[in-house]
Design a protein around this ligand. Structure first.
Ligand code: GMT
Length: 386
């Protein structure tokens, strides 16, 4: 009989893959009997309010006049240290390196040696691929990783990129993302009615934070190229501002065919209503949104970038297209619209793959195992490593 763990999680609370994954992980850990403390400037938006063993500790930020730019890293590190000390945390788990990984090692180092939790850092994507190559951040990220007790990445692709770009020599554990869908709150027919999608219309789904790396411009362009566009609608679940793209929707004659919903929490309602996922990212460490759709038997057409081929087996559980070819994206979508039998086969394989490889059961067990190994290892804080 193994004892339960006390885990502090720090993450971005806003709409975005790293925060969504971190809050789902905390929820699943608490369900398995572990005590979970979230520390952030705001409660993560998908975190249930009333779940047992889940606690939230807000970080207060004061706007001192002296500061031209407000500082978050130091108040976060002080709060992390305070929560770790008061609740005797075993692990501080930082999701997304900047600034969480630095704040976590600072917090650990503020505590007396016998009260220090182990610091685990999970890299999610642009913390390596964008910030890792930025001279203003790279050395600080490398320092935080070298002083963490354990490092994980959400794909093998991201591990390779972290080794290449940040030159981290320490072991990195790959723990893929997971998704455990909640039951939809409305029926597929009700949701499609709300969206204005008729029974004989085809619904494409895109969900992302709309940052430039998601290439929403290419996505809209590919949608405009569809032969089937007059019987097709594109639903965009936006975790960011869609207004920069509104002009191209009009210019390409797509008015009324692109539906945008912002900051959706009951994402499952929309996932079950969609026929095909649609992604044109130029970089993606994993793409949690593809997995979310797969869990509902909805396959995706996506650019073949980064860790996406670890999620989709091309031609088996979705379709991958080379980056930079919007005509090929459109052709792949048209082909699947025209072939419901193939679409259903891809969808069934996608659902199975999501369940077997990327559901809570295998992935949360992997995290717990990693925490336990890290806790029992003679790592940096005891003066071993480095
Ligand atoms: O890198 C980002 O854009 C931030 C991050 C987020 O918070 O949305 O996204 C990354 O983490 C997700 C969860 O692990 C992954 O599914 C996304 O692929 C990844 N984004 C990129 O690599 C661009």
């Amino acid at each position: 009989m193994t004892h339960s763990l006390k885990i502090g999680i720090t993450c971005y609370p806003s709409v975005g893959g790293s925060g969504i994954l971190a809050s789902a992980l905390g929820e699943e850990l608490a369900r398995r009997g572990h005590e979970v403390h979230f520390i952030s400037y705001k409660r993560p938006f998908r975190l249930p309010l009333d779940a047992p063993r889940i606690h939230f500790h807000p970080v207060e930020i004061n706007a001192y006049e002296l500061f031209k730019y407000p500082d978050y890293t130091l108040p976060l590190s002080v709060k992390l240290a305070e929560v770790a000390r008061e609740h005797e945390l075993d692990v501080l788990h930082a999701h997304y390196a900047v600034p969480h990984a630095t704040a976590a090692i600072l917090a650990r180092d503020m505590l007396p040696a016998h009260r220090r939790p182990k610091v685990v850092t999970t890299l999610h994507g642009t913390d390596t691929t964008l910030l890792g190559r930025d001279a203003g951040y790279g050395p600080a990220i490398r320092h935080a990783l070298e002083h963490a007790d354990g490092i994980t990445t959400v794909s093998a692709f991201l591990r390779r990129e972290t080794q290449r770009l940040i030159a981290v020599k320490r072991p990195i554990e790959v723990i893929h993302n997971f998704f455990e869908p909640r039951a939809p709150t409305r029926t597929r027919a009700e949701v499609r009615r709300e969206l204005g999608v008729a029974d004989d219309e085809f619904l494409l789904l895109h969900a992302s934070n709309l940052r430039p790396v998601k290439r929403v411009d290419s996505l809209i362009e590919a949608f405009a190229r569809l032969q089937a566009r007059s019987t097709c609608k594109l639903l965009i679940l936006a975790g960011g501002d869609f207004s920069p793209y509104a002009a191209s929707v009009e210019r390409l004659g797509l008015h009324g065919r692109v539906i945008v919903r912002e900051n959706v929490i009951a994402i499952e309602d929309y996932l079950q209503a969609a026929d095909l996922g649609f992604f044109a990212s130029e970089s993606e460490s994993f793409c949690l949104s593809i997995l979310e759709a797969m869990a509902f038997g909805c396959p995706s057409v996506s650019t073949s970038v980064g860790g996406v081929p670890e999620v989709i087996v091309d031609g088996e559980s979705g379709v991958l297209v080379p980056l930079g070819d919007t005509a090929a994206l459109a052709r792949a979508v048209d082909a699947l619209i025209a072939d419901p039998t193939r679409r259903a086969a891809l969808g069934a394989a996608a659902r199975l793959r999501a369940k077997e490889m990327f559901s809570a059961e295998p992935i949360v067990s992997h995290y717990v195992d990693f925490y336990r190994r890290t806790c029992s290892a003679d790592t940096l804080r005891d003066g071993a490593g480095m």
